[in-house]
Design a protein around this ligand. Sequence first.
Ligand SMILES: C[S@@+](CC[C@H](N)C(=O)[O-])C[C@H]1O[C@@H](n2cnc3c(N)ncnc32)[C@H](O)[C@@H]1O
Length: 332
Amino acid sequence: MFHIEQYIRMDGLKIGAASPLLDRLSVLSDPVRPRLLLLLEGHELTVTEICAVLQLPQSTVSRHLKTLVDHGWIASRAEGTRHLYALAPADRTPAAARLWALVKEEIAGGVAARQDAHRLDGILAERQRRSREFFASSAGQWDRMREELFGTRFHLTALLGLLDERWVVGDLGCGTGQVSAALAPFVRRVIAVDSSAEMLAAARRRLKPAGHVEVKRGALEALPIADGTLDAAVAMLVLHHLPEPGQALAEMARALKPGGRLLVTDMLPHDRESYRQRMGHVWLGFSDAQVARALAGAGFTGIRIAPLPADPAAKGPALFAATARRAAGRPS
Ligand SMILES: C[S@@+](CC[C@H](N)C(=O)[O-])C[C@H]1O[C@@H](n2cnc3c(N)ncnc32)[C@H](O)[C@@H]1O
């Protein structure tokens, strides 16, 4: 292949400055290639799809694709057994982008480009038809396939991506740090607090790789967190251990910023007396009314309480999730 930067006079002097741009321009002199770029500017396509649009044999298309890849015009990526091609804007210099804009202006309204665009519409519609057909035939089986392929909980973890990445979040009564570990990838900082040295040791082991998780020993009734530090706080399965949940909720309000959010998850009322002895539970769950009263009393507004769907594998009592915001004024 001829490269302009390789054009050297017999006496050894370079007569053209190395010009990758002119090199790229020379590549576009074959009219098929600009048509190809036009197609790949808007869509990632397979060789078979490109052949169908350009109505050219695969060997010809593959040759042109290789040239365009070699000169940085397009990029390819493997997906399973097939290769997809697309314009490679990230690699292009501003000059190459201007060059492409000029060439595009020249060919975009032409007959060949219009025909290509029409055939491309057909190819894309075919793609969509195949996907629709798949869902039409598998609607009844989709839940089972989804679970088989991806498990039952991935969407719940993915929803944590809705958290604001600037947030500082408190995991209050963090235990072994499961909540902190789930939050850590999505927020700026996690402050995990627990009163048990043993639980904290396990939390530290779990959270070691996450540098922005601070693990602190302290009581929920006197949190080791300065006023108005937290954008959000979580008290997961901890309130039923506290003789005075209202006191801990007031501390959470103090540590939250005005408008900061609290999530409390705990058990709905149940009759498993044995939990008092076996696990030190003080409260056998909480009713909606108890939770709403306690939250309002601690200075929270916008209180919402929802029962959580039971996990088929779970043996414990049913759970609820209560969310609320710290009122704008100073908590009393
Ligand atoms: C049942 S565990 C739940 C842990 C964790 N939130 C989770 O969802 O796995 C309750 C945790 O609350 C902690 N805890 C109980 N009373 C506390 C208090 N007054 N102050 C701070 N932590 C407390 C316990 O040490 C324990 O780690």
